[in-house]
Design a protein. Structure first.
Length: 199
């Protein structure tokens, strides 16, 4: 479900336009929407900057709360000098209907996904990457990908996919790549990319 939500956000961002500020804001939203509001997001500032909440971002996010795509979110938009906007929308505790506050804490995992996607969309904005290109155009290790069509105890039938994996499919978690495989034990993030894409 989290991947589905992230895909929806990126898809909306792509169709709204690619201004760097919008993408950075969207990255911040995506980070907070990937998790349920549970344990801890702490923004540390020695001297918190005063902020003005316009309510504009919360209004844009309210439909996601209304259609139960997300429980709630806290969005912080900042320039290099100051906090420009800080808003909360939805619920910190959905069952108790406790409203989200800008001081609520979150547990955040899988941070590489939204940060990498935001950075990649900045490259799209600059015309250096096209989301409709095959990943293999940018990462040679993706050339010649096959997928497992059938498998039993003794055999695995590999087939060539209908098309190479596209950048947008990686961003929206629709590429068909598995979350993990047996050789990723104990930690898949320690594998070299060339090994990871051959799994």
């Amino acid at each position: 479900m989290k991947s589905h939500i992230f895909g929806k956000i990126l898809n909306r961002a792509y169709h709204m336009g690619h201004s760097r500020g919008r993408l950075l804001m969207l990255g911040a939203i995506a980070i907070l929407m990937l998790v349920r509001p549970l344990v801890a997001l702490v923004i540390v500032q020695e001297h918190p900057a005063p902020h003005v909440s316009t309510g504009a971002i919360a209004a844009r996010l309210q439909p996601f709360v209304d259609d139960h795509t997300m429980a709630g979110a806290v969005v912080l938009v900042a320039s290099k000098d100051k906090v420009v906007d800080l808003e909360a929308v939805g619920y910190a505790d959905l069952a108790a209907k406790r409203p989200m506050s800008t001081n609520d804490l979150f547990w955040i995992a899988s941070m590489t996904k939204p940060l990498t996607a935001t950075a990649l969309m900045m490259l799209v904005d600059e015309g250096k990457v096209n989301v409709n290109d095959p990943v293999e155009k940018y990462v040679a290790a993706f050339k010649g990908q096959m997928f497992m069509a059938k498998r039993d105890d003794n055999h695995a039938l590999l087939k060539k996919p209908q098309h190479p994996i596209l950048v947008r499919e990686i961003l929206t978690h629709t590429s068909g790549l598995p979350f993990s495989s047996p050789i990723e034990n104990p930690a898949g993030d320690q594998l070299p990319l060339a090994t990871a894409v051959r799994i």
